[in-house]
Design a protein around this ligand. Structure first.
Ligand SMILES: Nc1ncnc2c1ncn2[C@@H]1O[C@H](COP(=O)(O)OP(=O)(O)OP(=O)(O)O)[C@@H](O)[C@H]1O
Ligand SMILES: O=c1[nH]c(=O)c2[nH+]cn([C@@H]3O[C@H](COP(=O)(O)O)[C@@H](O)[C@H]3O)c2[nH]1
Ligand SMILES: NC(=O)CC[C@H](N)C(=O)O
Ligand SMILES: [Mg+2]
Length: 510
């Protein structure tokens, strides 16, 4: 395949976002670590250099040999990438007097060669750097500046080599996508023909080759990600795929039964395994959120391992892990990013497990997974489902978990979700659920004093779960729902609505 972009990763937090923006333009891209430059570069029609936590002036900073690329293929350096181009070609990169993070505006834009065409004066860009390009490399022309950065964009004369100090890949750079399109389509001449269909085709071919005649165990949850992963694998290896749907005792009301029903007729080989008691036993008395997550992750693995032993020649464990699961759980590129919460499905398998992991969606964001699912004709009933975390109600019951608390929360959750559907609100919300709080409060019901539990309802809008805002649900709906919950669910006498965005809060409470 000729029509693709190479993204050379220097360890930026945003490298995956670059790939995502390129995919949004329907262009295929591959990310390679800077120290694993492919020998054969003929497939790549353009190259993008990412940002980096390093300073180009540091000795241990990434300093790859670009002699096969620079001057030979269209090349775009972003932030560290631009500094790198300047530093090694006769320019000067030095610490800037003021560190620049966040908003800036482009001025003095030269758009004659098309790179910045269509980008208006004053256009907002996003900065994140502490070094600055004091002098441009030899033979460079400045294309734009900002208030604080003289050399915000430049081009090397006689080459299709560009450098920009700002980040076109983040949403806050208003014309970032336009700029990438200018570079990739106008300047590099790439065709915009890489669609979800093409993703399906390449993934299926790769999975076929990788797996051969082995058998694969897949954790199927009824959610969007694992369902799309299952359908891709099913296309690739057919009956070699064994799907396991685990009841961890923390599912929604009737979910175990409903999900098994839903998969009938889709051609998948699905086995339901009821391991509720095993999960609840392991969780007994544990109130710490991270410890609860770790326990749930461990028991999932044990159950998958038991199941794998019952399938002859099972060599792989497949999961529907997507990119954001990883970003918050581990530092994605070896950089200094913090662990926010340990997603149950990230972190690798223990040594005793002989299975290799296959995660066909590990580079995609949620909305992209949905698009892929649509392109393979999966039912909207599955694709439109709200995300539901693998640790389930376990991370929505704050504090320790008991079977009684699970059943209270299942009832509350069912009333809330069914209500959203009845009111035509379900599809307008990205994700919704209820949390059982570790507080009791005083109430009065039928002239009697009550001292019972409190639940919080949460509904958010988002595109990828990375940032989210609470949804302005109609008061009348909240009123009816609260009433129904308190009247119907024994043990609950108070309902509150969560009005926090992410950040600074997260979607789940634990
Ligand atoms: N009850 C379960 N049984 C088997 N595997 C599960 C279960 N819950 C989660 N998993 C595995 O963990 C992965 C991550 O879970 P996650 O909730 O992020 O994704 P999902 O359930 O597939 O999709 P969604 O995010 O839409 O809920 C799943 O893709 C699946 O492989
Ligand atoms: O499979 C999962 N395993 C997990 O351990 C996990 N934790 C959070 N989530 C889901 O991820 C999205 C972001 O959630 P947070 O804002 O709470 O981090 C939301 O959609 C959450 O439901 C999980 N999914
Ligand atoms: N985001 C980046 O690429 C930063 C590059 C370099 N570390 C700087 O601080 O200037
Ligand atoms: Mg899920």
């Amino acid at each position: 395949m000729q029509n693709q972009v190479l993204i050379l990763d220097f360890g930026s937090q945003y490298t995956q976002l670059i790939a995502r923006r390129v995919r949004e333009l329907n262009i295929y891209s591959e990310i390679k670590p800077y120290n694993k430059l492919p020998e054969d570069l003929s497939a790549f029609q353009a190259v993008i250099l990412s940002g980096s936590p390093f300073s180009v002036r540091a000795e241990d900073a990434p300093h790859p040999d670009l002699s096969q690329i620079k001057g030979k293929k269209p090349l775009l350096g972003i932030c560290y990438g631009a500094q790198y181009l300047a530093h090694f070609h006769g320019g000067n990169v030095a610490p800037s007097a003021t560190r620049e993070y966040g908003r800036a505006h482009l001025a003095g834009i030269k758009s004659d060669d098309g790179f910045l065409s269509g980008i208006p004066e004053g256009s907002q860009v996003w900065m994140s750097h502490s070094d600055t390009i004091k002098e441009l490399p030899k033979g460079a022309v400045r294309l734009a500046s900002t208030e604080d950065v003289e050399n915000a964009a430049f081009k090397l004369k006689g080459e299709t080599t560009y450098g920009i100090q700002f980040h076109p890949e983040v949403y806050h750079t208003t014309e970032g996508k336009k700029l990438l399109e200018n570079f990739l389509v106008k300047i590099a001449g790439l065709k915009q023909d890489w669609t979800p269909d093409a993703f399906v085709e390449t993934s299926v071919a790769e999975l076929k080759q990788k797996i051969g005649s082995d058998k694969v165990i897949l954790g199927l949850s009824g959610g969007v990600d694992s369902s799309v992963a299952a359908m891709l694998l099913h296309r690739a290896i057919g009956s070699q795929l064994h799907c396991i749907f685990v009841n961890n005792g923390l599912l929604r009301k009737n979910e175990f039964h409903d999900v098994l029903e839903q998969y009938k007729g889709m051609g998948l080989n699905v086995k339901g395994v009821d391991a509720s008691a095993r999960f609840l036993d392991a969780l007994k008395g544990e109130a710490d959120p991270e410890k609860k997550r770790k326990i749930i992750g461990r028991v999932f693995i044990e159950v998958f391992d038991d199941e794998a032993h019952q399938v002859e020649n099972a060599k792989w464990l497949a999961q529907g892990t997507i990119y954001p699961d990883r970003i918050e759980s581990v530092s994605a590129s070896g950089g200094p990013s913090a662990t926010i919460k340990s997603h149950h499905n990230v972190g690798g398998l223990p040594d005793f497990m002989k299975l290799k992991v296959v995660e066909p969606l590990h580079l995609l964001f949620k909305d992209e997974v949905r698009r892929v699912g649509r392109s393979i004709g999966m039912p909207e009933a599955i694709l439109g489902r709200h995300p539901f975390p693998g640790p389930g109600l376990g991370i929505r019951i704050l504090g320790d978990i008991t079977a009684e608390k699970v059943s209270i929360l299942q009832e509350v959750d069912a009333i809330f979700i069914e209500g959203l559907k009845k009111w035509g609100l379900y599809d307008k919300v990205w994700q919704a659920g209820a949390m059982l709080l570790p507080v009791q409060s005083v109430g009065v019901m039928g002239d009697e004093r009550t001292y019972e539990k409190c639940v919080a309802l949460r509904a958010v809008e988002s595109t990828d779960g990375m940032t989210a805002d609470w949804v302005n649900l109609p008061y009348e709906f909240l009123q009816k729902t609260s009433n129904e919950i308190i009247n119907r669910v024994k043990g609950v006498n108070r309902v509150v609505y969560d009005i926090s965005s992410k950040p600074p809060a997260t979607i789940e409470w634990e």
